[in-house]
Design a protein around this ligand. Structure first.
Ligand code: BES
Ligand code: ZN
Length: 674
């Protein structure tokens, strides 16, 4: 993954190191083996023409004919990251039948794709990557069921995989693909029992965003297409399976689980996890799933979930997905959280024991409106998902915890944004809200810019329009575009014809600059935080020579500590680090955010007493946001690089494929001092 998915990979100011240095090597990772097209055609006379067309098409870049069907992007948008041509025929329902084989680390089964009626195409193009397709059959409406269908897999394209082109007729209703995934499928992590809390059972989870659904389900893998789904999943009887769908709360006797997702979702929200799971209720509409060893702690930590749902519904209208549950995964989960509908996937590193990291729950919950309900039509429009979600997240946090708390989060976000823009360079095209990701792995261009610049744009509009009007605008926006996918241009049109139709307001907000130009816009909202002003005073005292024990830190929570740690000087002598550590116990902190921010200084200053903790952290946690900056720091010196390589040899097999790919790049390419 995304060396530069920096909202998810940068922690503190360490993010200043250039994450762009090894970009060009990302292609190498995915370019491995470009097998010849596996022709599965039984060529009949009438099909020669189709075959010729296919030969021409296979291996080509995706075509520019994304469509504007109902349920798709409001305006037609080209998704450069998908081979699918939903403008011609779109999938409206997926029936998934999977067996989970932990021994061979593969998923075996059938994806049955029901096509929206009225299509005119004579072929259906699906996205696949690292999938072995065994057979394709189709139901042709006229009573002909299970008709053998001709299919071909095109050449491998870096990041995108291979188009699966299936011959259909206008009467075709359902296409069945019999397939299996491969052990290396990038969406799937197979965990050995030692990597779980219980150490007794294996575990599996998927991560489909952005374009990895195609590594475990053949599908139209573009956020412009939505479909409902149902699934039957067979797992070892001692394990429970859960999905981004209606879920069980108990294990079944036979290990067979049936799922139903009645609301249409884009493919990147397909998700599956299998493990020794237990469920605890948090209230009438929410709960947590986790291993038995973790579930009580998780339920305690997330006690505010129902309040968050209530706050979000009050602001943005009804929660449309039925239940909202959270699955706490083992520590190798590469992200903080993933907004899989009905079931947020979360890292256990937010179980701080003091409920101080639950903004992440507010964030993933907020995606139930921004992202899952109204979806970015392409990954170039990613800020429509994440910028809106950060805005909603902070509004939810303000409702539940008050303004000073939300302002701390906003200020930390502002710091992240400045660090990211500083790192990318203020003229970099990747600092624009609308991205241009053609020819790249979408993860490559996703950064704090989408999250924080997006957030500040919405905050800027709120400031200008007034909160009441802006809230009404957003509420209407989620209703009007519910279950649809939008491009940035669609959003801008909508905004200009509603809220900004008011000339004065329109003139006041330089949308053009905010959305289409790089760098920090001139009208950035100003944030003031008295809480952080107090932290800064203590920081100044310590930098001025006051001993740590003399500082006034009583009652500080995670966010004050993060402000403090981020503000420490780059260079510190060992005795000063020891002073901090002896007083505040950073090295022994059970809070992953605090520990990661501290370890950054540890590495930067070669503070050896904390090295064992550093090693434990790097081998115990797979969250990219923490690992990426630490490995980069280490790779900056010869000794550090050697140590990083030694640790990584041990840690790599325990990382998610996304994490491993990212660290491979860092340690394989950065030379000392690089
Ligand atoms: N949807 C993202 C995670 C993601 C983005 C995965 C792009 C793959 C590609 C999720 O909602 C997210 O933003 N997670 C953050 C949480 C944070 C901003 C509170 C994370 O994982 O750190
Ligand atoms: Zn998000």
């Amino acid at each position: 993954m995304p060396a530069s998915l920096s909202k998810l990979t940068d922690s503190t100011r360490s993010s200043r190191s250039s994450l762009m240095t090894c970009r060009s090597l990302r292609g190498l990772r995915s370019r491995r083996g470009a097998p010849l097209p596996g022709w599965g055609w039984r060529v009949g006379a009438g099909e020669l023409l189709a075959l010729a067309t296919l030969i021409l098409l296979s291996g080509c870049a995706p075509r520019d004919d994304g469509g504007s069907d109902a349920g798709m992007a409001a305006a037609s948008a080209r998704d450069v990251h998908s081979f699918a041509r939903p403008g011609q025929v779109a999938v409206e329902h997926l029936g998934l039948n999977l067996e989970v084989d932990f021994e061979r680390r593969i998923l075996i089964g059938r994806a049955s794709l029901r096509l929206r009626a009225g299509g005119v195409a004579d072929e259906l193009v699906l996205d696949t990557r690292d999938l072995d397709v065994e057979r394709v059959t189709r139901d042709d409406g006229d009573g002909a069921m299970g008709v053998e269908a001709d299919f071909a897999l095109g050449d491998e394209v870096p990041f995108l995989g291979r188009p699966l082109t299936i011959a259909i007729t206008p009467a075709t209703e359902v296409v069945h693909v019999d397939y299996r995934s491969r052990p290396a499928a990038a969406a799937v992590q197979w965990l050995a029992p030692e990597q779980t809390a219980g150490k007794r059972h294996p575990f599996l989870f998927t991560q489909s965003q952005a374009i990895l659904a195609r590594t475990w389900v053949p599908c139209q893998d573009t956020p412009a297409v939505r479909f409902t789904y149902d699934a039957t999943v067979r797992v070892p009887a001692e394990l429970m399976a859960v999905m981004s769908a209606e879920n069980p709360t108990e294990k079944t006797a036979d290990g067979v689980y049936r799922f139903r997702m009645p609301q249409p979702i884009p493919s990147y929200l397909l998700a599956l996890a299998v493990g020794d799971l237990e469920f605890r209720s948090l209230g009438s509409q929410s709960g947590v799933y986790a291993e038995p060893e973790v579930v009580e702690r998780a339920a305690w930590e997330f006690a505010a979930t129902e309040d968050m749902i209530a706050a979000a519904e009050k602001l943005y209208g009804p929660y449309r997905w039925g239940r909202y549950d959270i699955l706490v995964l083992p520590p190798s989960f590469p992200f903080g959280g993933m907004e899989n509908p009905r079931l947020t996937f979360a890292t256990p590193t937010i179980l701080a024991g003091d409920r101080s990291l639950v903004a992440l729950v507010a964030h993933e919950l907020a995606h139930s409106w921004s992202g899952n309900l109204v979806t970015n039509a392409t990954w170039n429009d990613f800020w429509l998902n994440e910028g809106f979600t950060v805005y909603l997240e902070r509004r939810i946090m303000e409702e539940v915890y008050g303004k000073p708390y939300a302002e701390m989060l906003a200020l930390l976000g502002r710091q992240d944004l400045e660090a990211t823009i500083g790192r990318l360079g203020p003229a970099s095209a990747d600092t624009r809200l609308t991205l241009d990701l053609a020819g790249r792995d979408p993860d490559d261009g996703m950064s704090d810019v989408a999250y924080e610049k997006g957030y500040f744009l919405l905050r800027r509009i709120e400031e200008a329009a007034g909160r009441e009007r802006f809230d009404a605008f957003l509420r209407d926006y989620f209703d009007r575009y519910a279950f649809r996918s939008l491009t940035t241009a669609d959003f801008v049109d909508h905004l200009r014809s509603t809220l900004l139709a008011d000339r004065e307001l329109g003139d006041e907000i330089d949308l053009e600059q905010w959305i289409y130009r790089p760098g920090i816009p001139s009208s950035m909202p100003v944030i003031e935080s008295e809480v952080f002003a107090r932290v800064d005073a203590q920081l100044a005292a310590w930098t001025g020579g006051t001993a740590a024990a003399e500082l006034a830190t009583d009652g500080w929570t995670t966010h004050e500590w993060l402000r403090f740690l981020r503000g420490l000087p780059e260079e510190m002598a060992a005795d000063r680090l020891a002073d901090l550590d002896a007083t505040f116990g950073f090295t022994d902190s059970g809070n992953a955010e605090i520990l990661a921010a501290w370890l950054d200084h540890v590495v930067a200053n070669g503070y050896r007493p904390a090295y064992p903790a550093l090693e434990r952290f790097l081998t115990g946690i797979g969250r990219l946001k923490f690992l990426d900056p630490l490995y980069r720091r280490l790779a900056a010196t010869e000794d550090g690089l050697e140590m990083a390589r030694r640790i990584y040899t041990r840690a790599r097999p325990t990382y998610h494929p996304l994490t491993a790919a990212s660290v491979d790049e860092i340690l394989g390419t950065l030379t000392p001092g690089g």
